[in-house]
Design a protein around this ligand. Structure first.
Ligand SMILES: *Cc1c(COP(=O)(O)O)cnc(C)c1O
Length: 434
C-alpha cells in the first residue's frame, strides 16, 4: 500500500493545539500554564512556514544546529539514500560504512591528538560519556580518590543529571535538584572578555582552586571561548590556554564541550583552535548532522582510550548508537563544511550582526551588545518575559527565542545579507519597545 503524502495534512487545528497544550510537554514548560506555541508546517532555507502561512526568518538555527539551512537537497538525499540500505542496526558487535566514514572525517577535522570516537545520542549524553571517560581513566590507573570536576560559573552542559551538575549553579537547576546533584568545584566565570588584554589576575581563582582540589579532580570541564545559554559570554582564548597549562601541571584531564561552538560557529572550525588548545576529551553535537537528526560524539586521545581499554571496557552503549541515518547525514554535512564556504559566510554574518545590533547598546534597557562569529547577543538589564516577547518577534516575521536577560541569535550560515538586515530590524523593533 502506498501512502498519499497529501493525506498527511500539515494543518494544525484548534483541537490539535488544545491537545498539545494539555498533553505534550515542550522544552522547559508547564502543562497547566502552557506558553504560546506556534505550529510549523514546513521549513526551507532560512525560513520556517507556520501553518497559517506566515513565514519567519530563523535566527536560532533550531538551537545552533541547522547551519546549512532547512530542507537542504544534499542532506535530504543523504537520508533518502541511506534508507535504501538500512535505517538502523545495533552497534554492539556490528559496524557500518556511515559510522566509519563519519569517524574518519571527525578524526581528520578535530585536533590531531583526538583519535577515538564514541557515538552518543545527544549533547547531554555525550557530556555524560565524557565525564564517565574521565572517571574510568583515573580508576584504570588505580586512583579512586578522584571523583569531582572543576568548572566555571555561567556554564551550560546539558539537562541530564551528570551534565546538570556542572551547569551554572544559580541560573541552572542546582537549587531545584539540591541533594541529588554531585557537588563539583565552581570558580567565577572567566572575567577576561574576548578581545581584552590578558592580565594574570584573571586566572587567580581558577589556579587556587586547581591547586587546592587537584587530588580530588578527574577533570576540568569548560565550553571553550563562548559560554552558551548559561550566559552567552565570550571570553579570552588566553584563559583557555592557561587552563590547559594548569591541567597539565596538576595532572587533571581537560574536557571541552564544543557542542554549541563546534563546526565553525565562532569563526574557527572549533573554538579551541583559537587558543591552540587540545583537550583530552571533546564533546560535539548540535550542528553535527546539520540539524537533521539527533547525534553527538565524544572524542578522546589514545592516552584516555588506551588506559581505559588496557584495563577493561568502556561502560556505555546506547541502543541507537551510531544510527546509520544520522551518521550518513552528518557525513554529508561535514562534506559541505569541508568545502570551506562557511568561513566567508560566518565572517559576513559577524559583520552584519555587528552593524545591525550594535545601535541597541544606546538603549537604557540594554546592558551589552556583543558579536562573535555567527553569534549575536543583546544582553538586557532585566529578564525578558518570554510569553509576551515571543509573539512580538513572530509579529515581526522572525524566529528569536530569548532566555533570561539574553536576546540572542545564531543564524544558519547561508543567511543572506538582506535576511540578516530583516532579522536585525525585527530585533531592534522588539527590543526598542521593551
Ligand atoms: C545544547 C548543549 C548541550 C546539550 O545538548 P543536547 O543535545 O540538548 O542534550 C551541552 N552542552 C552545550 C555547550 C550545549 O550548547
Amino acid at each position: 500500500m502506498s501512502i498519499d503524502l497529501n493525506e498527511q495534512s500539515t494543518i494544525v487545528s484548534q483541537d490539535d493545539l488544545a491537545f498539545d497544550a494539555k498533553h505534550i510537554w515542550h522544552s522547559y514548560t508547564s502543562v497547566t500554564h502552557p506558553p504560546p506555541i506556534f505550529p510549523v508546517a514546513s521549513a526551507s532555507g532560512v525560513r520556517l512556514t507556520l501553518t497559517d502561512g506566515r513565514e519567519l526568518v530563523d535566527g536560532m538555527s533550531s538551537w545552533w544546529s541547522t547551519i546549512h539551512g532547512y530542507n537542504h537537497p544534499e542532506l535530504n538525499a543523504a537520508i533518502e539514500k541511506q534508507t535504501q540500505s538500512m535505517a538502523h542496526v545495533m552497534f554492539g558487535g556490528l559496524t557500518h560504512k556511515p559510522a566509519i566514514e563519519l569517524a574518519k572525517k571527525l578524526v581528520a577535522m578535530t585536533p590531531e591528538a583526538l583519535t577515538t570516537v564514541f557515538f552518543a545520542d545527544s549533547g547531554s549524553v555525550s557530556v555524560e560519556v565524557a565525564i564517565k571517560m574521565a572517571i574510568q581513566y583515573w580508576r584504570s590507573l588505580g586512583n579512586t580518590r578522584k571523583k569531582r570536576l572543576l568548572t566555571v560559573r555561567n556554564g551550560y552542559h546539558g539537562d541530564t543529571l551528570g551534565a546538570m551538575a556542572v551547569c551554572d549553579p544559580v541560573n541552572g537547576m542546582h537549587s531545584l535538584f539540591r541533594g541529588v546533584l554531585l557537588e563539583h568545584v565552581f570558580v567565577e566565570a572567566p572575567q577576561c572578555r574576548y578581545g581584552d588584554v590578558w592580565e594574570e589576575r584573571y586566572l587567580d581563582e581558577f589556579s587556587s582552586a586547581i591547586r587546592e582540589h587537584h587530588e580530588d579532580l578527574v577533570g576540568v570541564i569548560l565550553e571553550p571561548v563562548v559560554q552558551g545559554v548559561g550566559g552567552m559570554r565570550f571570553y579570552s582564548p588566553e584563559y583557555l590556554r592557561r587552563v590547559e597549562e594548569l591541567c597539565k601541571a596538576f595532572g587533571v584531564l581537560l574536557l571541552l564541550d564544543e557542542i554549541a561552538t563546534g563546526f565553525g560557529r565562532t569563526g574557527t572550525l572549533f573554538a579551541c583552535e583559537q587558543a591552540g588548545v587540545t583537550p583530552d576529551i571533546m564533546c560535539l553535537g548540535k550542528a553535527l548532522t546539520g540539524g537533521y537528526m539527533t547525534l553527538a560524539v565524544t572524542l578522546c586521545t589514545d592516552e584516555v582510550s588506551h588506559t581505559i581499554s588496557d584495563n577493561g571496557v568502556f561502560m556505555h552503549g546506547p541502543t541507537f548508537m551510531a544510527n546509520p541515518l544520522a551518521c550518513s547525514v552528518a557525513g554529508v554535512s561535514l562534506d559541505i563544511l569541508n568545502r570551506g564556504e562557511w568561513r566567508q559566510q560566518v565572517k559576513g554574518i559577524e559583520a552584519a550582526l555587528s552593524e545591525e545590533l550594535q545601535p541597541l547598546v544606546e538603549l537604557s534597557c540594554v546592558a551589552d551588545v556583543r558579536v562573535l562569529g555567527a553569534i549575536g547577543v543583546v544582553e538586557m538589564k532585566e529578564p525578558v518575559d518570554m510569553k509576551t516577547v515571543q509573539p512580538m518577534f513572530v509579529e515581526e516575521g522572525i524566529w528569536v527565542r530569548p532566555f533570561g536577560r539574553l536576546v540572542y541569535v545564531m543564524p544558519p550560515y547561508i543567511m543572506s545579507r538582506d535576511d540578516l538586515a530583516f532579522l536585525g530590524q525585527g530585533i531592534r523593533n522588539v527590543v526598542e519597545r521593551l
